[in-house]
Write a protein that binds this ligand. Structure first.
Ligand code: TRP
Length: 447
């Protein structure tokens, strides 16, 4: 343990974990999922999932990671040799590579928009032109593939520099700035002509819209946004120091992450209704709306450049964390050198990322279960693998790990008194495994 890296500063722990959580999941995926699943109805279920299921699962990941200071597979085996639940680490490795693949495509779109913003291509167009901008860009296979590969190369280079320097330095500076920018955009959206309609859509739930499908979508989104279920935060927690306050860190990360998602909704939906667009437009939603928003802001050129730049950094702090799952595993379980492991991770993601990028163009007719490759990777990882991982991790910490180890972790080795110890353990033991399983089975139509 002594020669593994640790987060150097106290701030670094929260900043890097928030850096993992806050990303395209909040700013791109949350509005599009909420838009497709009835707005307010989705938001309510989403919030319940974050607080009743997400925080307990996050704490469970932290407990496993910090008590063992190891990669996921070794960590689970250390805590309970021979447990079949340690297979969750394979789900984590496969699903994180799937997410990295389609996520890099969207991050590539961000880079294209950054490029367009810098070269002035994002200003002075009509709504139709902004819509065409997105579709002509994404069907053009080579441009989209090129940006996906460039993004993965950038991800590779940050990872090569090791955990504390690369990750901490970037996320410490960028996240607060992004946050302030989102606040400014929020205020701007509140003054739009159809602001009320947009806010109603997001905050006024129509309970009849809460279907099993909406619930599974919200659960998947909550876990995706909090980086849960794939042992990503377990891996991060293995670098925590013994003094890191576990419960408080999990709560702060979840609150900040949720705040960013809601801010993003407050920015997007008033604009959707004011510009007469469709909230259920899907993955392209924010890419059509954001340029319109920047267009009517004073100094829109600078806002758009700064925003896409920061979003690029938010994306890369998230992809770094996903990559860390398989890299740590290759290094510690297969004794690969860090640079080889990083290379392998990048090559796999480049291969599947290219296929996902092409699924908007030449591969758009190639469908599995009625979904393109991009949609399939997104759906299977978020709505199937994350919930299964979440159940396995909460069952492991709730039922298998020695109670003493759990309490030692929750109290930070006895340094703190945790008033909510029993409710937290109750959620990890009962609420999380049961509710996640039920939502999962109902959502898939099995029950
Ligand atoms: N949470 C990130 C986002 O919202 C994505 C992410 C990073 C993730 N690491 C993960 C999702 C691990 C699932 C598992 O953009």
């Amino acid at each position: 343990m002594s020669n593994r890296a640790q987060f150097v500063t106290k701030m670094g722990v929260i900043a890097a974990t928030v850096g993992s959580a806050v990303g395209l999941g909040n700013i791109w995926r949350f509005p599009y999922e909420a838009g497709q699943h009835g707005g307010g109805a989705f938001l309510i279920v989403y919030l319940l999932c974050v607080f009743l299921l997400g925080i307990p699962v996050m704490i469970a990941e932290f407990v496993i990671g910090r008590s063992t200071h190891s990669n996921a597979l070794t960590a689970l085996q250390k805590l309970k040799p021979g447990s079949s639940l340690s297979k969750v680490s394979y789900i984590g490795i496969v699903a994180s590579l799937m997410i990295l693949s389609f996520y890099s495509v969207v991050a590539g779109w961000i880079m294209e928009y950054l490029f367009q913003a810098v070269t002035g291509g994002l200003s002075g167009h009509t709504s139709e032109e902004y819509a065409t901008l997105f579709s002509t860009f994404t069907v053009n296979p080579w441009r989209s593939v090129m940006w996906t590969l460039i993004f993965l190369l950038a991800n590779f280079m940050v990872l090569r520099r090791g955990i504390e320097k690369g990750i901490e330095r970037i996320s410490n500076i960028m996240m607060p700035v992004l946050f302030v920018m989102l606040l400014v955009f929020c205020v701007n959206s509140l003054f739009m002509p159809q602001a009320k309609k947009g806010l109603d859509f997001l905050f006024n739930p129509d309970f009849s819209q809460i279907t099993p499908k909406v619930m599974l979508g919200a659960l998947g989104q909550a876990f995706f946004s909090l980086s849960l279920g794939l042992t990503c935060l377990l891996t991060y927690a293995s670098y925590f120091s013994d003094k890191t306050p576990l419960v408080r860190s999990a709560t702060v990360v979840a609150l900040l992450d949720t705040l960013v998602a809601i801010l993003s909704g407050i920015i997007i939906f008033p604009a959707v209704f004011s510009f007469d667009m469709e909230p259920a437009a899907g993955p392209k939603l924010v890419f059509q709306i954001l340029p319109e928003i920047f267009q009517q802001l004073p100094g829109g050129y600078l806002w758009s450049v700064a925003f896409f730049l920061l979003l690029f950094f938010a994306s890369i702090t998230s992809t770094i964390s996903m990559s860390e799952i398989s890299i740590t595993y290759f290094v510690e379980a297969h004794k690969m050198s860090r640079s080889r492991a990083t290379g392998l991770n990048t090559v796999i993601a480049m291969t599947f990322g290219t296929l996902c990028a092409l699924s908007f163009g030449v591969l758009s007719d190639f469908k599995v279960f009625g979904m393109t490759l991009f949609e399939l990777f997104d759906y299977v990882s978020s709505n199937i693998m994350l919930p299964i991982g979440g159940v396995m991790l909460s069952v492991f910490v709730g039922w298998i790990v020695d109670k003493k180890v759990v309490e030692e972790q929750l109290t930070d080795y006895g340094a703190r008194k945790i008033t909510l110890m029993r409710p937290i353990r109750f959620c990890i033991r009962y609420v999380a495994p049961l509710c996640i399983s039920l939502i999962f089975l109902y959502g898939l139509g099995v029950l």
